[in-house]
Design a protein around this ligand. Structure first.
Ligand code: GLP
Length: 264
């Protein structure tokens, strides 16, 4: 696992956007195969998306040959609801870049047959060639996508029941009203995320400090599903001084030293 530590979320987001653009450009230079990316929602990736939008407009990267799959969606929330992850993704990314509409995939939380929807999603990812890169965030309790604590690290796309904690944290998007937050969601599994060739996780702010400590230094455990990243050959956490604040001083120094050595 690599940990990239930046002063604040603005600098971390720039690093992530430039890294993603470089991976897209690197694949485009080598093959006509599409770049398959997993995408996330939440407040964390917004600055990264803003920089990617700037780069697309400046001609520094293109999403014309990119296929995306979002990681999750609420169950039962109308697609046009401003807080659906469909609305979020269009507002903060898709409406401003050149990705083809047919290449955008987001789970349908209103599907009549939820199990069939989840199975079809897993199949579509495989049919697209599998993920080149998965961009994720992390919940305060260490959940990745909507894989709440005690989700199997071998989990795949499925319907899940959200924890009280997650619904309370997400109430801020629903007029602060916990009761308006859907009780269930569709989510890719931990194993779906880890099937990607590369995984990049963004985590900024002190509210994420416990999650990062558990994910980086704790045992690999279903208690903190992000800890599954420890078994991935190419996992990177992009964080800031606040979110990395609870790891041991030696761990912090180690990650800084590795980055310095690699950039030397
Ligand atoms: C939700 C999403 C996660 C996201 C998390 C953190 O639970 N399902 O994918 O990582 O929120 O959100 P934020 O970035 O707003 O802190």
């Amino acid at each position: 696992m690599k940990v990239i530590i930046r002063k604040n979320s603005a600098e971390g987001s720039l690093w992530a956007a430039h890294y993603i653009a470089a991976r897209i450009n690197e694949k485009a230079a080598r093959t006509n195969e599409p770049f398959v990316i997993g995408l996330c929602t939440g407040s964390t990736p917004i600055e990264t998306y803003a920089e990617l939008i700037r780069m697309v407009k400046a001609g520094e990267v293109s999403f014309r040959n990119v296929i995306s799959f979002n990681m999750d969606e609420y169950v039962g929330l109308p697609v046009e609801h401003p807080e659906s992850y469909h609305s979020f993704m269009h507002r903060y990314l898709f409406d401003h870049i050149d990705e083809k509409p047919e290449n955008i995939h987001i789970l349908d939380g209103n599907a009549k047959d939820i199990e069939a929807e989840c199975a079809a999603y897993e199949k579509a990812i495989v049919d697209a060639g599998g993920f080149d890169l998965f961009l994720g965030g992390v919940g305060e309790d260490g959940h990745i996508a909507f894989n709440e604590p005690f989700s199997s690290l071998e989990s795949r796309t499925r319907v899940v029941t959200l924890t009280q904690d997650t619904r309370e944290v997400n109430a801020r998007f629903f007029d602060g009203d916990f009761n308006k937050v859907p009780k269930q969601a569709l989510t890719v599994g931990v194993a779906t995320v880890l099937s990607s060739k590369e995984v990049v996780i963004l985590a900024f702010g002190s509210k994420k400090a416990r999650a990062l400590k558990d994910a980086i230094e704790g045992p690999m455990s279903h208690y903190c599903t992000l800890s599954g990243l420890q078994a991935h050959p190419a996992g990177t956490i992009v964080c800031d001084e606040s979110s990395i604040g609870e790891v041991k001083v030696n761990s912090y120094r180690y990650f800084k030293a590795v980055e310095e050595a690699e950039n030397a």
